[in-house]
Design a protein. Structure first.
Length: 119
């Protein structure tokens, strides 16, 4: 992180794949629906980020796609998790919990007052 900069963009990139898999595990969604959901939580700031990620997840066999007619325009490509995607989400969730707890522990201990030397 650069002085005066923020780690937020790097943190977003690191968790975006897991968050997309989590949203897709609930129900199939199309790209812009994912953009809306992720934008409202502050996890996505650019629409251009999601489509390359979805293409990579598809190539890696973690999501599959289907085309559905739309009442308000052309057909939409819907994404859903594959069994491999569900397994990847399970791994991410477990790793995230350990990572989050570790960061919280460090941040909590760093904010405690420093004790003097012990006798």
């Amino acid at each position: 992180m650069e002085p005066g900069g923020t780690a937020l963009p790097q943190l977003r990139r690191g968790v975006l794949e897991g968050c997309v898999l989590a949203l897709l595990s609930d129900e199939p969604r199309y790209g812009f629906d994912l953009v809306r959901s992720l934008s409202t939580t502050g996890l996505l700031t650019s629409e251009g980020t999601i489509y390359p990620l979805l293409a990579r997840l598809r190539k890696d066999g973690l999501v599959e796609t289907t085309w559905r007619e739309s009442v308000s325009g052309p057909p939409r490509r819907y994404y859903s998790t594959t069994p491999a995607g569900v397994a990847a989400l399970g791994s991410f969730s477990a790793e995230w919990a350990r990572f989050r707890d570790g960061v919280d522990a460090v941040l909590t201990s760093a904010t405690r007052p420093v004790e003097g030397p012990r006798p």
